[in-house]
Write a protein that binds this ligand. Structure first.
Ligand code: DGJ
Length: 784
């Protein structure tokens, strides 16, 4: 709900309040963002107002009439340079006279129930819940420039969004050097910053940083939201943990270069701004034109990181993702990439698909390599015609055969790129981003198409429409494998080049919008060299994103863990792949690869034709299990437990009738027989039954300990050892216990004794390096 009480604005969600007011000077002064406060009259907010009789020394007074007002020490909803506030600004412009000082003051405000969408960018939407919207219009005191601050409130998920629009109401061009999406000034002592940084194959590494002075900048200049620094970050009290403490979460609905600055002022106030990276943007705002900054997402939790993550997951599912697949159970796919890379043809694809169908896969995805002369990554991007040597019947021939087998069919595309060795590049060398007269830096031997050029956007959209309608295509993986360099658009004038990177993103969104509207049934999956563009902008069009090329179970769990802080697991595509793993060469058990992938949208990416019958049987069983719990795993609430050598997660259905738990171990510690699984999120008053999936362990895992049981000596790894291992399995432990939800959550469940070198039976938990277990909890009245 949004209320205006005289000069005071009150934005309320179910558990939070956000307050600001118009000062005597017309500035928007931020008062509070945190747990819900009851405010009935403007005077109820008196305790939040800073009172001053004199300005701080060596600071600027706003004007002669307000000597005690120093903007440098005032919490503001927005700020510019030039009137005494020397902190990181929200807005920076250059007027035609060369001056840069701005001073925006209140003009009007309007509250509505409907959320007006942005014109050029994706924004969060409301599907008939209780969201409301406030727009505050401010006027530059001297120049003809208007600034709109938009606030949307999503009560049930404790989210407030902010965005801004700058409008040139004058007769001369204004250059925008920055327009941030949000600014939050806080006097409260929240100083721990949690950022998610990384690189290819190690996306979303959680980093905790203490901020006590100066400025911390998180940003991306890759052209994408990037694996280097995700736009999602958190600010919390030092003591906050999963279940308690104050935490603020921030994100952007944007897929390009972003910027987040957290600055401790000279007066111990924290200023947070976020938006498009100003280092890559300069925008000419002509008379009558407006410029929109992307929407920023803010959420507050007084109950630690866990509650914040669940609010943000709900917000993304309910107000960001759209269309047929928004809440639909996602099919289990098999992707051809790691099974055959570029070396594909219809015969090989069909044999792999047949094996996939036999284990229960629902969707077969043909990855890179099916078009042009694409036998490696040096050619053919841009030429979206089927390679008929590989697929004699074209996409339609393959699609028909797969559908006849009872499988859905998906393809890979990379529409934003072109290889120099392609017919498209030869015909239109001017369509790529590069600087005339300068050698182009290389990235995967491909160039970025200039999506700032609307002709290119229209051409490639039509090309994709042609491809997507040439056969029955149920799924599209949209890849993007090169970061930006030599940023330059040949359709923009020299003084417009600072617009290229943002115009690229606008062109991309136009393409994504057009194609998702034209093909509403297709399940689109975003991808950019794995998770180089995992953000809310992409999720506004595509409901899921390939989180990383790294499918090593241990790494994957960390990547998914990082993502889980700010994104729903229904957005995170996760595959089981071969071992040794192609990215790390690590060998992890199939059960653990499955366990890690099953907490996202499960898929497979390995050559099933080369797997043993034993592995295929296990995969078949695991797929059946995932189907049974898919809804909970994709759309339930995720509760993170222990983190470290043991990772403990529980995913609970919204009705709390079903939960799936995970215990995953990094490295075994000798003689640790005791282990506990402590679920969270259960109904404390209900009785649950906990079971596990009893496993059968390979005798080879026990090495030459086999000789402690056999009458004759068996040489480890010998042919005899392997033959025995085919017929003799070591039974795993069975767990079956009933207790109240409160008991499970308070005391934890004591697992069967872990193997510790003193004996083995079906009452012992075989739990070596990288081992894991899944546990299933069902409310007693619902044991179906
Ligand atoms: C990068 C992606 O992340 C991979 O999954 C795969 O699709 C390759 N591109 C194909 O070139």
């Amino acid at each position: 709900m949004i209320r205006q009480l005289d000069r005071l604005f009150i934005l309320e969600t179910e558990a939070t309040s956000y307050l600001f007011e118009i000062s005597e000077t017309g500035h928007l002064v931020h008062l509070y963002y945190g747990s819900y406060l009851r405010i009935e009259e403007p005077s109820d907010a008196d305790l939040l107002r800073e009172r001053r009789a004199f300005p701080p020394g060596n600071a600027i007074s706003y004007d002669g009439d307000h000597p005690a007002l120093s903007l440098e020490d005032t919490c503001l909803e927005l700020s510019g340079y030039g009137k005494g506030d020397i902190r990181e600004p929200f807005v920076e412009v250059v007027f035609a006279d060369g001056s840069r000082t701005t001073d925006f003051v209140f003009e009007s405000a309007c509250v509505t129930d409907a959320l007006p969408p942005a014109m050029t960018l994706p924004t969060a939407y409301d599907a008939g819940s209780e969201a409301s919207h406030l727009v505050v219009t401010l006027k530059e005191k001297v120049k003809d420039l208007t600034l709109e601050l938009h606030y949307s409130v999503f009560p049930e998920c404790d989210v407030i969004t902010r965005r801004s629009v700058l409008i040139n109401t004058g007769g001369e061009m204004v250059r925008i050097d920055r327009l941030m999406s949000m600014q939050l000034d806080m006097a409260r002592p929240l100083r721990k910053v949690t950022a998610f940084t990384g690189a290819w194959a190690r996306e979303m590494e959680k980093k905790e940083l203490a901020l006590s002075a100066g400025k911390l900048v998180l940003s991306s200049l890759t052209g994408t939201s990037s694996n280097r620094t995700n736009p999602f970050f958190m600010v919390s009290s030092d003591k906050a943990d999963e279940k308690a403490g104050e935490v603020l979460g921030f994100n952007l609905i944007y897929s390009g270069n972003h910027y987040e600055s957290l600055e401790c002022s000279a007066f111990d106030k924290l200023r947070i701004v976020s938006g498009i990276n100003p280092a890559s943007m300069e925008w000419r705002l002509f008379p009558g034109e407006s410029f929109e900054a992307p929407e920023a997402v803010l959420s507050y939790s007084a109950e630690g990181f866990g509650r914040l993550s669940r609010s943000l997951a709900d917000f993304t599912r309910d107000h960001v993702t759209r269309g047929k697949w928004q809440k639909a159970e996602r099919p289990i796919l098999l992707n051809s990439w790691e099974a055959m890379y570029f070396d594909m043809n219809e015969r090989k694809l069909l044999s792999l698909a047949k094996a996939a169908k036999e284990v229960g896969v629902e969707l077969f995805v043909m990855d890179d390599g099916w078009f042009g002369k694409r036998n490696d990554d040096t050619s053919s991007l841009g030429d979206w015609t089927v390679n008929e040597k590989k697929l004699p019947g074209g996409l339609k021939g393959l699609s028909d055969k797969l559908h006849d087998m009872g499988l859905l069919f998906g393809i890979w595309v990379e529409p934003e790129m072109v290889n120099a060795d392609s017919d498209l590049y030869r015909a239109h060398p001017d369509w790529t981003m590069d600087i005339p007269g300068r050698d182009h830096a290389e990235g995967r031997t491909q160039r970025v198409l200039d999506l700032a050029n609307s002709e290119v956007v229209t051409y490639m959209t039509e090309e994709m429409k042609r491809v997507f309608s040439s056969a029955r295509i149920d799924y599209v993986k949209w890849d993007m494998n090169r970061i930006f360099s030599d940023v330059y658009s040949k359709v923009l004038p020299p003084d417009g080049q600072g617009e290229t990177a943002h115009r690229y993103v606008l062109g991309l969104y136009r393409m994504m919008k057009d194609l998702t509207e034209a093909f509403p049934d297709i399940l689109f999956e975003g991808c950019a060299s794995g998770g180089n563009r995992f953000d809310l902008g992409i999720l506004s069009y595509f409901p899921q994103i390939w989180a990383s090329d790294n499918t090593d179970a241990l790494c994957r769990l960390e990547i998914e863990g990082g993502l889980s802080y700010g994104y729903p697991m229904s957005a995170c595509a996760a595959h089981v792949s071969a071992c040794p793993n192609h990215q790390t060469l690590r060998v992890t058990p199939l059960t653990s690869r499955f366990a890690a992938a099953s907490f996202g949208v499960l898929g497979y990416e390995c050559n099933l034709l080369d797997l043993s019958k034993e592995d295929l049987d296990e995969i078949r069983e695991e797929i059946a299990l995932y189907k049974k719990y898919r809804k909970v795993l994709q759309y339930g609430d995720l509760y993170r437990g222990r983190e470290g050598n043991i990772t403990e997660w529980t995913c609970v259905s919204k009705d709390k009738k079903t939960a799936v738990g995970l215990v995953f171990q990094k490295l075994v510690r000798a003689n640790t027989q005791a282990e506990t699984y402590t679920p969270s999120g259960l109904d404390p008053e209900a009785r649950y039954r906990l079971t596990n999936r009893p496993l059968k362990h390979n005798i080879m895992d026990f090495g030459d300990l086999i000789n402690t049981q056999t009458p004759v000596h068996i040489k480890q790894n010998s042919a005899l050892h392997r033959v025995i291992s085919r017929y003799v399995k070591m039974p795993g432990e069975t767990e079956d216990v009933r207790a109240y939800g409160s008991a499970f959550m308070k005391a934890g469940f004591k697992l069967s004794q872990g193997f510790s070198g003193t004996g083995y039976s079906d009452e012992v938990r075989h739990f070596p390096d990288f081992a894991s277990r899944l546990y299933f909890l069902k409310k007693e009245e619902d044991q179906s």
